[in-house]
Write a protein that binds this ligand. Structure first.
Ligand SMILES: *Cc1c(COP(=O)(O)O)cnc(C)c1O
Length: 372
């Protein structure tokens, strides 16, 4: 027993300090500094997109993306119920309505086959969210979107460095978004990015990020935006992180392969899917779902692991079961059995980039112990 193992710990031992020192030495600490544009252009190149707009976090990226599409009252956006609140709030804050689909029990991603049934004459967009390490099956999603004339917002927050059939995640949406929270493959502390190939949408995101200032007369506004700007300090860290993305992806894959080796014979738990026909898991987090036969649910397991010095996180809570939306009278009576089940039986183990072999061994041992 050698101390608490946190659920996430980032790795910051590349050029982060050097680039941050440059910010301080030159006095460029706001969003006007040169690292912001450098980080934007390197990130766009990595994902293969024409434009990128750095913002202050991944939730803000979703807010700006939804607003850029001018979603509003009466509009519907199809999205998974099993996701972070940011996806739904980006849509519902504009007065538009999230329309939810259940997830796949193995990959935990939204089921593309469930999308078409939920399309109405009010549907404007599909919000795809790639979860926990595996991309959504994009071919059927893009086919439906094209045929039905729908926009695609792609939340690729957990997929930095991931591909779908060899093509980068984040290259599929009319607008695609990323987060640089410290548990993502690239971190800026807090941060986010919107990428697109559409000149007008990119311009609109830039404007929304910066309070919708107009060039003609500063402090005169024809629309309401936000201050979603990323600072030069954040971008400096992001650039240093991005330089090591391939190494980070390889490091996570090694850690997860180790977890798989150590846990594959443990009964009563479902482990992540290592690969699908279109992608190898990028292992954002190492999720576990407890079998229904076990009396213990995720909160019981989380509590017991905490008692052994192991940090964990529960899975997302389904959007259709969120008290805030229930209170608004939304999603009443909706049932999405897979999301409801994994929300109660799923959690993830320490999954950060700084995780050591010894820590993984200790975590696996503790998982065995609480299940014995
Ligand atoms: C992390 C995350 C976000 C939110 O990003 P923040 O930077 O924390 O606001 C959005 N969507 C998904 C799928 C995420 O994992």
């Amino acid at each position: 027993m050698t101390g608490f193992i946190p659920v996430n710990e980032p790795v910051l031992d590349g050029n982060e300090k050097k680039y941050l020192a440059q910010c301080i030495d030159t006095g460029w600490i706001s969003s006007e500094g040169p690292f912001v544009r450098e980080f934007e252009s390197r990130f766009a190149a990595r994902v293969g997109r024409k434009h990128s707009v750095a913002v202050c976090n991944g939730s803000a990226a979703l807010d700006a993306a939804a607003a850029a599409l001018r979603l509003g009252p009466g509009d519907e956006v199809i999205m998974p119920t099993f996701t972070i609140i940011s996806c739904a709030s980006a849509v519902s804050r504009l007065g538009a309505t999230p329309v939810l689909v259940d997830c796949d029990p193995k990959t935990w991603n939204m089921d593309p086959a469930a999308i078409e049934d939920r399309i109405t004459e009010r549907t404007r967009a599909i919000m795809v969210v790639h979860l926990y390490g595996l991309p959504v099956d994009m071919d059927p999603v893009m086919e439906i979107a094209q045929r039905r004339g729908l926009r695609v917002i792609e939340d690729a927050a957990e997929m930095i460095g991931q591909t779908y059939r060899g093509r980068p995640c984040g290259s599929f949406g009319d607008l695609s978004t990323f987060s640089f929270y410290p548990n993502k493959h690239v971190t800026t502390g807090e941060g986010g990015m919107i990428v697109t190939d559409d000149d007008a949408l990119a311009e609109r995101c830039r404007s929304l990020r910066n309070l919708c200032f107009i060039p003609a007369r500063r402090f005169v506004h024809k629309e309401l935006g936000w201050n979603f700007r990323m600072t030069n300090l954040q971008a400096a860290v992001g650039l240093a992180q991005l330089e090591r993305l391939d190494e980070f992806v390889a490091r996570k894959r090694r850690s997860f392969a180790r977890y798989m080796d150590l846990l594959s014979d443990v009964r009563g738990i479902q482990l992540p899917v290592a690969s699908t026909a279109f992608a190898e898991n990028i292992n954002w987090v190492f999720g576990i779902v407890l079998d229904d036969a076990l009396e213990m649910d995720a909160s019981g397991a989380i509590q017991r692991l905490a008692g052994q010095g192991i940090g964990t996180r529960p899975f997302f809570w389904p959007i259709h079961e969120q008290p805030v939306y229930r209170r608004m009278g939304l999603f009443l009576g909706e049932k999405h059995p897979c999301a409801e089940r994994i929300a109660r039986r799923g959690f993830y183990l320490p999954s950060g980039l700084a995780l050591t072999e010894e820590q993984i061994a200790r975590v696996a041992e503790s998982v065995r112990r609480i299940l014995a």
